[in-house]
Design a protein around this ligand. Sequence first.
Ligand code: ARG
Length: 244
Amino acid sequence: MKKTWFGLLCMALILVLGATAAMAKPVLKVGTSADFPPFEFQDEKTGEYLGFDIDLINAIGEAVAMDVEIVNTAWDGLIPGLLTGNFDCIISAMTITEDRLKAVDFSDPYFSASQVIVTKLEDTSIKTLEDLVGKQVSVQIGTTGDLEVSEVDGIIVKRFNLAPDAIQEVRNGGVAACVIDLAVAEEISQQYKDIKYGEPITTEEYGIAIRKGNSQLLEKINKGIAEVKASGQYDEIYAKWLKD
Ligand code: ARG
């Protein structure tokens, strides 16, 4: 008698476990460098990952029935990490560039961006890249900001691993300016009233990076982006994190 009950219990357990396994969604591992508010950053108290990109990738995951797992990785380790398989894709306010396209594939663009020059509030001498010749300028290493200033002869480039440290250097007086993405300059200069930023100096588009040839995932992500845009969720996420 006892044996029968035990057998039944085991069978029930196997059924429940089997059903749960069948329901479990595939996991989408996402690399991001959580140092770039309002796109990706960590809540100081809870350690939770927050921002425009985080909400967007979660909405995309929902649209294509995948569970999103965030893997926080230093900015300059993101593409190497993707290539070694530490994660399946990157969302990190990453601009689609010719150079990066040699190493990875990108999703359809999901955000229009630009670089701006951040200076101290009282500075009136700096408006264009040419005004930076002969001066020290901070950037986050390997970003499009780095690319822009490195192309101009005579700018002394100071490279930082973390984006906020590059901006902080302007406040500290260590550099005359920082070149960084507009929305990040906007966010940080709201927090610190002693800096300002100028007009856009580039036009760029962010994309989600995927290993080359992973066309199945690329299709899924593009489908997800399209659905999130069509449903109005994209606009909600935009309004939540960005000013007009
Ligand atoms: N948009 C710039 C680039 O692609 C900067 C992105 C930096 N992202 C970050 N999460 N720190 O180079």
